[in-house]
Ligand binder design. Structure first.
Ligand code: COI
Length: 352
C-alpha cells in the first residue's frame, strides 16, 4: 500500500485542513464530472496479485491500443459515495460491498482483483487526497469510481497480460432532480440468462444507450427493460434497480444473473424489512408493476428515487409520488444513515 495521503506533502497542500473548499456551486451541482486533484492507480500482470498502488495527479492515462478493455471490453466499474457529516468527519457507505462485487465480476471476466482491504484502503486514500472536494454536510457527496481493466495488449481473444485498478473521484449532486417517467423498452433487452447482467461490467452500459436515447427523445427520463426470455417480467432500468409497492408489500426482481446486485437495493430491502414491510425478491410481472400503488428505483447514483409514471405499449400509468410515500420513508432513513443524521445501527458506515 502507498502511504496515507495525509502523510505526503502533496496531499497536505491540497487537503481541507484549513476548512477551505474549491470554487464549486454545491447547490447547482448535478451528476456530472468535476475533476478532482488525485487518482489512485495500481497495476499487476496476469497470474500475479495486486500489491502496490499510488496516488498520482488526476489526468489522462496511457493505454495500449490493443488493450483488453479497448478491444474486448474486459473491464468493470464500481460506484460508491463519501459523505461529510455535520462534525466534518467523512464516511463511506458499505465500501466492502463494492469490493466484493468487483471481485465477483473480475472472476467472471478472468481478471485479478484487489483484495477487499486493498480496495477499501485505496478508496480511503483517494478520498483523503481529494478531501477539499467532499461537499459540505448535506450539500451532496463525493462519488468514487473504481475501475478494473485489462490494460495490457492482446490481439487474439484472451485475458490481457496486464491489469489496472484505478479510482477517480468527483463531487456530485442529484442524478435526477424529480420523479422518473419510465418507458418500457419493447425491442431490446439489457441482459439474458448466463450473460453478464449480474456483474458491473462496462459492457452492460453501452448497449442500453440506444433505448435510453430513444426514450429521452420522447421525453421520458429512463427506460425500463423486460426479461429477455419471456418479455413479461421487469428486469431493471438503464442505471438502477426497480421496486414495486402494493399495500404493505414491496417487490423487486431477484438477482439470479440478469439483475445487478445493487448495494442500495440490498440496503433498502433490509431497511424496509425493519420497518415492517413484507419484502419479496421474486419475478415481478410488468402487469403487476402497472397495477402497483407506488414504484421507485434504487442505485448509488440515483439513491432512492420515486417513479412518477410507467408507459407500456402506449399506456401510461401514474403513481403516487407526493406525501407519505414508502419511497420517501426509505429515502429519509437511508440518507439519514449515510449523512450521519441517524444512528448507524447496522454498522454500514466506514470512517475515512
Ligand atoms: C451507480 O449508481 O453508481 C452507477 O453505476 C450507475 C451509473 C450508470 C451512473
Amino acid at each position: 500500500m502507498a502511504p496515507s495521503p495525509k502523510s505526503t506533502p502533496e496531499a497536505n497542500a491540497n487537503s481541507n485542513n484549513d476548512g477551505k473548499y474549491p470554487d464549486v456551486n454545491w447547490e447547482e451541482m448535478g451528476f456530472s464530472l468535476t475533476p478532482t486533484d488525485y487518482m489512485y492507480v495500481m497495476k499487476c500482470s496476469i497470474g500475479e496479485k495486486f500489491s502496490q498502488g499510488s496516488l498520482i495527479p488526476y489526468g489522462n492515462i496511457e493505454l495500449s491500443p490493443c488493450s483488453g478493455i479497448l478491444n474486448y471490453g474486459q473491464g468493470l466499474f464500481e460506484g460508491l459515495k463519501a459523505y461529510r457529516k455535520e462534525d466534518g468527519r467523512i464516511l463511506l457507505f458499505r465500501p466492502e460491498q463494492n469490493a466484493l462485487r468487483m471481485k465477483a465480476g473480475a472472476e467472471r471476466l478472468c481478471m485479478p482483483s484487489p483484495s477487499i482491504e486493498q480496495f477499501v484502503g485505496a478508496v480511503k486514500q483517494t478520498v483523503l487526497a481529494n478531501e477539499r472536494w467532499v461537499p459540505p454536510f448535506e450539500k451532496g457527496s463525493m462519488y468514487l469510481r473504481p475501475l478494473l481493466m485489462g490494460s495490457g495488449p492482446s490481439l487474439g481473444l484472451g485475458p490481457a497480460p496486464e491489469y489496472t485498478f484505478l479510482i477517480y473521484a468527483s463531487p456530485v449532486g442529484s442524478y435526477h432532480k424529480r420523479s422518473l417517467n419510465l418507458v418500457v423498452e419493447e425491442k431490446q433487452h439489457r441482459a439474458s440468462s448466463g450473460g453478464t447482467g449480474g456483474i458491473k461490467t462496462v459492457a452492460n452500459y453501452s448497449p442500453v444507450l440506444n433505448a435510453l436515447s430513444r426514450a429521452k427523445a420522447q421525453g421520458f427520463s429512463e427506460v425500463l427493460f423486460l426479461d429477455a426470455a419471456t418479455g413479461k417480467y421487469i428486469d431493471e432500468a438503464s442505471a438502477c434497480n426497480i421496486f414495486s409497492v402494493k399495500g404493505n408489500s414491496i417487490s423487486t426482481p431477484p438477482t439470479h444473473g440478469t439483475i445487478l446486485p445493487g448495494i442500495t437495493r440490498k440496503s433498502i430491502i433490509e431497511i424496509a424489512g425493519t420497518l415492517g414491510y413484507q419484502v419479496e425478491e421474486r419475478p415481478v410481472a410488468i402487469d403487476e408493476l402497472l397495477d402497483a400503488d407506488e414504484a421507485f428505483c434504487t442505485g448509488t447514483a440515483v439513491v432512492v428515487t420515486s417513479i412518477g409514471s410507467v408507459t407500456h405499449q402506449g399506456r401510461r400509468i401514474d403513481y403516487k409520488t407526493q406525501a407519505d410515500t414508502v419511497c420517501q420513508k426509505l429515502h429519509e432513513i437511508l440518507t439519514g444513515i449515510q449523512m450521519g443524521r441517524l444512528a448507524d445501527t447496522k454498522g454500514w458506515m466506514v470512517e475515512v
